[in-house]
Design a protein around this ligand. Structure first.
Ligand SMILES: C[S@@+](CC[C@H](N)C(=O)[O-])C[C@H]1O[C@@H](n2cnc3c(N)ncnc32)[C@H](O)[C@@H]1O
Length: 232
């Protein structure tokens, strides 16, 4: 298994891509919460795992909604930043959240079977580019989610304006893995159908095809994000 956590540490130190410096939660996470209430009103989210939590910006937002959150991340620097955020929040009287260092593509003994009724994966598992890493991720996800749990994932579409230009043959080529020349970090790009196939037999409850302009490394691109709510 390739360990990219050193590259992520560097990325968090530099504040390169948006998630390393943004304080506000992901727009797609707001969409998920609004829809989670709609698709499962009788059973609101109580215990959620933030897979690849980064600085903790999304975990903090969930905690503000009264949800108990555990953020895990493989980058030591991200964990340090998330822990600092928890301290700041608690000092200000805002709800905190738990943080642990760990990989999402391995079995984590500190996570109990069926212990979460929700999981969020915001631009994280797209960085697991090998079939083995992806299989291990899905096994662990299935183990820790309770039956009926919601799984929210957002990721870059194969024709996303920033990532598709890195594909050797462009968006229409058969290639699906790109390496960011600035950070050295790899990503796997998906179409909507490929994501649905990837997480079968989970059932898809909602989908957002989000398109708009945003900046990467200071330059504006036409971004294309896919966001899904699945149910186990
Ligand atoms: C693009 S950032 C997104 C961070 C956060 N989800 C957000 O939206 O702000 C990707 C994150 O995934 C983490 N990550 C990458 N591979 C991982 C793995 N195998 N296990 C755990 N975390 C991982 C990185 O350290 C980084 O924090």
């Amino acid at each position: 298994m390739k360990d990219m956590s050193g590259l992520w540490d560097e990325e968090f130190r530099k504040g390169g891509i948006p998630c390393t410096k943004r304080e506000s939660p992901s727009t797609t996470l707001r969409w998920f919460l609004a829809n989670a209430k709609f698709v499962r009103p009788e059973n609101p989210l109580a215990r959620v795992i933030d897979l690849g939590c980064g600085t903790g910006r999304n975990a903090a937002f969930l905690a503000d909604q009264g949800i108990s959150v555990l953020g895990i991340d493989s980058s030591a620097k991200a964990i340090e930043m998330a822990e600092a955020l928890v301290k700041l929040r608690e000092t200000a009287g805002n709800p905190g959240f738990d943080v642990r260092r760990g990989r999402i593509d391995q079995r984590n003994e500190f996570l109990r079977d069926s212990s979460f009724d929700g999981a969020i994966d915001i631009f994280v598992s797209k960085h697991l580019v090998s079939p083995l890493e992806r299989e291990r991720y899905k096994l662990e996800l299935d183990r820790i989610l309770a039956p009926g749990a919601l799984f929210f994932i957002s990721l870059a579409a194969v024709d996303d304006g920033y990532y598709s230009q890195l594909l050797p043959g462009g968006a229409l080529s058969g290639e699906r893995v790109v390496t960011d020349p600035v950070s050295g970090i790899s990503s796997k790009l998906f179409s909507r159908e490929e994501v649905i196939e990837e997480f079968r037999p989970m059932e898809i409850l909602a989908f957002w095809d989000k398109q708009g302009k945003s900046k990467m490394y200071g330059e504006e691109y036409d971004r294309h994000v896919l966001a899904f709510i699945f149910q186990k």
